[in-house]
Design a protein around this ligand. Structure first.
Ligand code: F6R
Length: 260
């Protein structure tokens, strides 16, 4: 894993956006996997800025989001469809035909999940998958003890995640219990993962993910088995890492072509 630690939220977001920029510039067509939540918001703002200054275009990008709540309409302000449109897609030059989010609002969720997996395959797989991490170590909505072999499917949120995400709802009871999420195996097939985390609340999950044993009790720890993972952290999210100084040393000694 490549661990990049930054002093400020702004610097972390700029770093993350540069990783995205590099992959878009290096491919003729890019398939991006995207995440929602509080963490990537600043990265999206930075990408929008890059689009406005002409540094970056999303014309040749196809996107697949990680997850969506079951039972929320796309126009519901709390849905991830709405989040992605208002925080990103409405501000960049992406072709809407190339935007995909899991359908959490269909009669047949199981078919929709299978279709989503097929759409990712048909697009040639994901070049860069952006990830956040739950305080309990989840990636996508793959909660602790779920299978590492899982694919896009309907999952039940843990009580901790319901509580964590209740800040986006008026009442905790309004947080849907069911979600559609890419599975761990789906995420692991992407060619490069970019995981972002900020704040002390994530420090324990980050320590387990990077330095702990690989265990389904911290789903993100499976990323230790992925050939290409970039982790961008602020100092608070990194503060429990035993090898923090080593990660900084490695970054300082990178070859030119290895940096972003
Ligand atoms: C969101 C997602 C989740 C979040 C995680 C962290 O699409 O897949 O895994 O990344 O719950 O959420 P925030 O960033 O709100 O702390």
């Amino acid at each position: 894993m490549e661990i990049l630690i930054r002093d400020t939220l702004k610097a972390s977001a700029q770093m993350a956006a540069r990783v995205v920029l590099k992959i878009i510039h290096s491919e003729e067509k890019t398939v991006l996997g995207l995440a929602t939540g509080g963490t990537p918001l600043r990265m999206y703002q930075e990408l929008i800025r890059m689009k406005q200054t002409g540094e970056l275009s999303f014309k040749n990008c196809t996107t697949f989001n990680l997850d969506e709540y079951a039972g929320l309409l796309p126009e519901d302000e709390r849905s991830y469809h709405y989040y992605m449109m208002s925080n990103f897609f409405d501000h960049v030059d992406i072709d809407r035909k190339h935007v995909h989010l899991p359908d959490g609002n269909t009669e047949n969720l199981r078919d929709a999940c299978r279709k989503y997996e097929q759409q990712i395959k048909n697009a040639g797989g994901i070049d860069l998958q952006v990830l956040g991490i739950g305080a309990n170590g989840h990636i996508g909505f793959n909660e602790p003890t779920g299978s590492f072999a899982s694919r896009t499917w309907v999952k039940i949120l843990s009580e901790q995640t319901i509580q964590d995400n209740s800040v986006y709802f008026e009442k905790q009871e309004e947080v849907p219990r069911h979600v559609v999420t890419m599975g761990i195996a789906t995420i692991m097939e992407s060619r490069h993962c970019l995981l972002l985390a900020n704040g002390a609340k994530k420090a324990d999950a980050i320590r387990k993910m990077i330095e702990g044993p690989i265990s389904a009790s911290c789903p993100a720890s499976i990323l230790q088995m992925h050939p290409r993972v970039t982790v961008v952290l602020d100092e608070e999210a990194a503060y429990l890492l035993t090898f923090k100084d080593h990660y900084k040393w490695v970054e300082k000694n990178k070859l030119d072509w290895q940096s972003y």
